[in-house]
Design a protein around this ligand. Structure first.
Ligand SMILES: [Fe+2]
Length: 491
């Protein structure tokens, strides 16, 4: 259903039971041409959509505590000559292979999964399972599955076979983090206008080290610089402009004792501090240029930024903010999430004035939303259109069942909804090869259809949000996290 966003839906648009279906493990690995298609696949749409997310929500029947602890599974959706091919494979991390062989949980998860046997079996076990489940990128001729606390896994883009860990010719050391949120600067001012992938790593502690990596088109790290900032940082994403990297330091306290004693996962030891400000940390991309600048903004929690750009001495940052960070509790069941008790994620625009050290902010979208995306050529630049997964109801927190488009110039909004049976996630904007306008292209999304317990790949016309095609997969794909589209095909 396509609507202008003026349509007001306040009632509940989902049932918990329908939503829960998308959190069943997908154990089978498939490889087939999609034949059950409604509508027409645009003939100009050629390339590959790679997606990553937790494919297993249990290990041989032992449930994991939180989806973020689920083993990474890559989906590869290839568009070629008006046809679509699907393939999925698990990332063969050391932890995945060991647990599948043992048929039981062997590792503690960051978000509360514990080994069987109670706290005695878990205390003093600090071994991290690199689950490679958060994002997948194709850059420098390599397909990389990313997880924010450790090194990437390289995959074969044709078969999705796991080839090993990636160390960027020795620049990354064993176990060193490489975050799951790289951004591609489409025309880097330091590299004669060539594209450049910018990413970061967090080493938390009493003081936190933020390392910035810039990777050229051949996959070589050409700039790497580290910065120390005071306090513990829980930072999942960042934003870039032509000259800066911007991080939001969420106001949280970390008390590691319950983790050390085997009672809680490390992620369950993070407590939101509602009376402390969030800090915007601005780091120059010129390694030797300027000191870090820190600006205070009202308290809130941010996972994802939509974009940032420089504008007349200000840095504009668009981010999805929550009023607080709900705790992941040890005895809770994520399948029983009471969405009505959670704050909605809302899109805000922040104006960071580096000269006056002040910040102004404005609410752009109050509807619950997540997973923003935009035209790839506009990353770090002034832009007009943002696309996000969104709730179908326009108030409060709720599962994502829609995709919203916002014109940041006029304020006009368009909404495509899959409610009541459908559940969405991250949209991906794919520019039309011959297109010139910023919204000339398509939105690709994976939608879980709870009525048939299967997932659909949907293709929307990004201009008017009309549905172009719905490709019915033969199975469901558990709710995923992030992915990317590339022009290349690997059939
Ligand atoms: Fe993310």
């Amino acid at each position: 259903m396509r609507t202008s966003e003026k349509t007001s839906i306040n009632h509940k648009t989902y049932t918990l039971k329908n939503w829960q279906g998308g959190y069943q493990s997908l154990k089978q690995e498939y490889d087939y041409w999609v034949e059950d298609i409604e509508g027409t696949i645009p003939p100009e749409l050629t390339g590959t959509l790679f997606r990553n997310g937790p494919g297993l929500l249990d290990i041989n029947g032992q449930r994991i505590h939180h989806p973020f602890d689920g083993d990474g599974m890559i989906s590869k959706i290839t568009f070629t000559d008006g046809r679509v091919h699907f393939r999925n494979r698990f990332v063969h991390t050391e932890g995945y292979l060991a647990e599948q062989k043992a048929g039981k949980i062997l590792y503690r998860g960051v978000f509360g999964t514990q080994k069987p046997g109670g706290w005695l079996a878990n205390m003093f076990d600090f071994q991290l399972k690199n689950i490679a489940n958060t994002n997948v990128i194709y850059w420098g001729g390599k397909l990389l599955a990313l997880w924010e606390a450790a090194e990437p896994h390289q995959l074969d883009p044709h078969t999705l076979a796991t080839l090993g860990k990636e160390y960027f010719q020795g620049v990354l050391s064993t176990g060193e983090a490489f975050a799951a949120h790289p951004h591609i600067d489409p025309a880097c001012v330091f590299d004669q206008g060539k594209p450049c992938l910018v990413n970061f790593a967090i080493k938390p502690g009493l003081a936190t080290t933020i390392t910035i990596f810039e990777v050229d088109t051949t996959g070589k790290i050409i700039r790497k610089h580290a910065h120390s900032v005071p306090g513990f940082c829980f930072i999942h994403d960042f934003a870039i402009t032509e000259n800066y990297c911007i991080f939001f330091q969420n106001p949280v306290l970390f008390n590691p004792l319950p983790f050390v004693l085997g009672i809680r996962g490390a992620g369950e030891c993070v407590k939101f501090q509602p009376h402390q400000p969030t800090k915007a940390i601005v780091i120059s991309r010129h390694p030797q240029k300027q000191p870090i600048q820190t600006l205070e903004i009202p308290s809130g929690f941010v996972f994802h930024h939509a974009n940032a750009y420089e504008d007349n001495g200000e840095i504009i940052v668009d981010s999805i903010c929550y009023a607080n960070l709900p705790e992941v509790k040890p005895n809770s069941d994520f399948l029983q999430t009471d969405f009505d008790t959670l704050p909605p994620g809302q899109l805000w625009r922040f104006h960071l004035n580096l000269a006056t050290k002040t910040v102004k902010r404005q609410l752009i979208e109050s509807r619950c939303c997540e997973f923003p995306c935009l035209h790839p050529d506009k990353v770090g630049r002034n832009y007009r259109y943002v696309y996000m997964g969104a709730a179908a109801q326009n108030q409060g927190n709720a599962p994502l069942q829609a995709i919203v488009k916002i014109d940041l110039t006029t304020g006009e909004k368009l909404l495509w909804s899959a409610a009541p049976q459908g559940f969405t996630g991250e949209p991906i904007f794919v520019p039309r090869p011959s297109g010139e306008e910023e919204d000339d292209g398509w939105i690709l999304g994976l939608v879980y259809d709870s009525e048939h317990h299967r997932s659909d790949v949907v293709i929307l016309n990004a201009k008017d949000f009309t549905l172009q095609a719905k490709l019915h997969l033969r199975h469901h794909i558990p709710y995923g996290l992030h992915g990317n589209f590339v022009k290349e095909t690997f059939i």
